[in-house]
Design a protein around this ligand. Structure first.
Ligand code: ZN
Length: 315
């Protein structure tokens, strides 16, 4: 014990020249010092913003290569988050996307005031994402098919569904029903937007009702779940697809694992709430890698609209 205190004192006095103190086993604070300088020299070699480290396989991927690969790791196929605009670009035919309700923005009905006001949050995210809210909707062409497409964006307040997300999606679905078009919605969301209280929860019923009406008119709806799709969005329109697809490795669920574990008092199986687990248990119909998404959507639309084509040909 006495020796320990001695070495500590000795180290304390010699902090000016740490490299000269030899006791390697007894100097936890000292090895830490070279680390920042080491990482600094790495930063000098690799300019910031050009490379991204894959969180799954830790490979450094050149950003340009990552973009060309639709934000999928070329080594382990980890699917990085992708913005709504990039997603639309990857799915629709060039220059065919006609955006709907582009300027619709949320109103702070409840005068919500927490750590920050809702108004301040909205302004902050509108600035950082250049989006007006967490979904982009519009009519477009996917392959030869005219379709109504809604794409959510997790970067805008966690892709949360407030009145604007609900209203834009409902208008999209209603337009599709009127024009007899298939609906495709690409979801990613943390759930309902709690800044809007019950108004956000009502969007679950509103979007679901619009989809029920769409189904009554025998028009197809394909739901695509991407990482993560949870809570109020998963409990409404995201799980109502005639076909439900998911990207590999996507986290999909309602409540978080900890809440479920506490409520059920049971051990959760491994891989719980992943796309792969849910495919095995029948909640989703297929896992489609991002690069295959467009051809697969076209294939499914070919199949789902066969009857309409036959009816059109007969008249
Ligand atoms: Zn990887």
């Amino acid at each position: 014990m006495a020796t320990t205190t001695f070495t500590k004192k000795a180290l304390g006095t010699e902090t000016v020249e740490p490299a000269l103190t030899p006791p390697s086993a007894k100097a936890p604070p000292l090895p830490k010092k070279p680390k920042p300088s080491g990482s600094k020299s790495k930063k000098r070699d690799i300019p910031e913003g050009l490379w991204t480290k894959c969180p799954k396989c830790t490979t450094m991927v050149y950003d340009k290569e990552l973009d060309e690969n639709l934000k999928v790791c070329p080594k382990c196929h980890h699917h990085f988050p992708i913005s709504s605009r990039e997603r639309i670009h990857s799915l629709v035919e060039t220059c065919t996307f006609e955006e709907m309700d582009a300027d619709m923005t949320s109103v702070d009905v409840l005068n919500f005031n927490g750590v920050a006001t809702y108004k301040a949050k909205l302004e902050e995210y509108q600035k950082s994402t250049t989006l007006k809210d967490a979904v982009i909707t519009g009519l477009c062409k996917v392959g030869a098919h005219r379709a109504a497409l809604g794409v959510m964006d997790f970067d805008f307040l966690g892709g949360s569904m407030g009145s604007v997300v609900g209203e834009k999606l409902t208008r999209l679905i209603e337009r599709a029903t009127a024009k007899e078009l298939p609906v495709i919605i690409i979801s990613t969301s943390g759930g309902a937007r709690m800044y809007e209280g019950m108004f956000s929860l009502m969007q679950m019923a509103k979007t679901s009702a619009a989809l029920a009406y769409h189904a009554q008119h025998r028009q197809p709806y394909i739901s695509v779940l991407t990482h993560p799709t949870t809570a109020g969005v998963m409990a409404s329109f995201a799980s109502l697809g005639d076909l439900i697809l998911a990207e590999p490795g996507a986290m999909i669920g309602f409540a978080g694992p900890r809440v479920i574990k506490d409520t059920t008092q049971a051990e959760l199986p491994p891989g719980f709430q992943t796309a792969e687990f849910l495919l095995d248990h029948g909640l989703i119909d297929a896992i489609v890698p991002r690069k295959e998404m467009k051809p697969r959507l076209i294939e499914y639309l070919d199949y789902l609209t066969v009857r309409q084509k036959a009816a059109a040909a007969a008249t």
